[in-house]
Design a protein around this ligand. Structure first.
Ligand SMILES: [Zn+2]
Length: 153
């Protein structure tokens, strides 16, 4: 899926999830920021992605939609956040990373959640950058506006 679709989806997810975490140690802006930043990390394994272009070495070593599109980096990144910053930051990072994987599951290439331990992949029907994804992008934007409106009233 495209960078902008991941941004829109992670922003929407973070503002939907925030009310459930408002009692934790993390301020709203930090929750949203950590969530969105974590949601763009998985595509570091793709040399043509926004992040992968800047750190090409990872794309040379690791296959696209391999281990970086599994649950393991999400655990690896959120564990130190849990230890040093607390549960709010760890949850923001973990769920943000997961939001990327969930969205990529809609794609026909799919995601192997437990790769390389398991070859099982969850696949969808969407083509990256195709009409269905562009429609989703618009839907996410509508969702963001509704959430913004709801939080103001
Ligand atoms: Zn991806």
């Amino acid at each position: 899926m495209m960078f902008k679709t991941h941004l829109a989806f992670s922003f929407l997810c973070s503002i939907i999830l925030w009310p459930f975490l408002s009692g934790s140690n993390i301020p709203k802006w930090a929750f949203v920021l950590v969530f969105i930043l974590s949601s763009v990390i998985p595509d570091i394994d793709c040399n043509s992605s926004v992040l992968g272009k800047r750190v090409k070495v990872i794309g040379w070593i690791f296959a696209h939609r391999g281990i970086f599109h599994s649950i393991f980096p999400a655990i690896l990144i959120s564990t130190p956040l849990l230890i040093f910053f607390g549960a709010g930051y760890a949850l923001a990072s973990f769920t943000g990373y997961l939001s990327h994987l969930v969205l990529d599951m809609l794609n026909h290439q799919g995601v192997g959640l437990f790769f390389p331990l398991s070859r099982w992949r969850i696949k969808g029907f969407m083509k990256s950058g195709g009409l269905a994804e562009r429609l989703l992008f618009v839907l996410f934007f509508v969702g963001i506006f509704i959430m913004m409106f709801l939080s103001k009233s």
